[in-house]
Design a protein around this ligand. Structure first.
Ligand code: PHE
Length: 353
């Protein structure tokens, strides 16, 4: 047998080999393997064609053409098998699982929104929007910042020393080198100072994350709204007045507040501002943990080191900052006892608002 004839036979037997293998293929992965084994760069077809050098140039042309056609037809066969395998897969699926695409979700109560099924605003988004309106009317700009932050914006430039306990793994989700899921919206303070020229007032609402043990008042994902005011002089009484006005604006009634010292590395002095519990009026209930007061507003005067990190001169500029816990406010507003409801995808929770 001449070289050309042998080569042609080899090619033909490749074809029947592929067909046999395709007949046995049961999943897409098998097809991929066949394709690599026969048609891949180092596959059997390439290997057989190495013998092309041993035939005359006239024969080489013919065999080359044949090899090309063969390759196309094998690719076709593999594709046909793929269609076949998918079809079988879906037929089988249809035997065990089915759904009626016209059926309404069972959870939408009849008559909800007049029977007109629509999306629903989450109570946290609604609270955020209300606060944004209140702050805008008081001349505050709304700032945004990334949820994956640099360690510097979240901690370093906010005067957290390298060994501050809040940097430890139990509080923070670290992502890649020097980045983390922001643990508070205070991370936007530095961005705000750099972007907005003083005197300035800003808020920064958003999602924050902590590596928490979950319970009725602790979530790994929750919402805050940072507030910051920078001016030539800012005092504790300015801060207190602002906070008090704000809370009465939010709750639309007289609220009683008290100030306790609180420690945050980025403010000095720092405070915890409590509000007389609106649910029980101070008598004690599960929402205020029977204390009669609810811790709603950590705040303080901006530490000079932070003013400096923001690119400003602390002998010319002073500031006040506060952090509103949006989940907490919504809980106070509606008397919700468990913070974990907010992340729960159950629409029945949302229908109540
Ligand atoms: N960022 C602080 C926290 O999440 C709250 C805070 C904000 C405190 C602004 C003081 C000033 O706990």
């Amino acid at each position: 047998m001449g070289n050309a004839e042998k080569l042609t036979n080899d090619l033909k037997s490749l074809e029947s080999e592929v067909q046999q293998r395709l007949a046995k293929a049961v999943e897409e992965k098998d097809l991929e393997n066949i394709s690599i084994e026969f048609l891949g760069k180092k596959g059997k077809l390439t290997n057989v064609l190495k013998a092309l050098g041993t035939v005359s140039s006239e024969e080489r042309g013919q065999i080359g053409k044949f090899a090309n056609e063969l390759k196309n037809s094998l690719e076709q066969s593999i594709e046909t098998s793929r269609q076949h395998i998918l079809e079988q897969y879906y037929n089988k699926l249809a035997e065990t699982e089915w759904f009626d695409a016209t059926i309404l979700p069972a959870r939408f109560p009849a008559g909800f929104h007049g029977g007109d099924v629509k999306g629903h605003i989450h109570p946290i988004s609604a609270m955020q929007k209300r606060l944004e309106d209140i702050f805008s009317s008081m001349g505050f700009s709304i700032m945004d910042g990334p949820q994956v932050e640099t360690d510097q914006n979240n901690f370093g430039m906010l005067n957290f020393t390298d060994d501050h306990p809040a940097r430890e793994m139990q509080d923070t989700f670290y992502t890649e080198q020097d980045h983390l899921l922001r643990t508070h919206t205070s991370s936007v303070q530095i961005r705000g100072m750099k972007k907005l020229k003083p005197p300035m007032r800003m808020i920064a609402p958003g999602r924050v994350f902590r590596y928490e043990e979950l319970d009725a008042s602790h979530e790994h994902t929750f919402y805050q709204m940072e507030g910051m005011v920078i001016d030539h002089t800012v005092s504790v009484s300015n801060l207190l007045h602002l906070m008090h006005t704000l809370l009465e604006e939010i709750f639309q009634k007289h609220v009683e507040v008290r100030l306790r010292p609180g420690y945050f590395p980025f403010v000095e002095p720092g405070f915890e501002l409590d509000m007389k519990c609106l649910i029980c009026g101070g008598k004690g209930c599960p929402v205020c943990k029977y204390s009669g007061w609810s811790e709603v507003l950590p705040c303080g005067l901006v530490h000079p080191n932070v003013i400096k990190s923001g690119g400003l001169n602390p002998s010319q500029w002073q500031g006040a900052a506060f952090g509103l816990g949006l989940n907490r406010l919504v809980m106070m507003w509606y008397g919700i006892e468990d913070i974990r409801y907010f992340q729960n995808p159950d629409p029945d929770f949302l229908y109540q608002f």
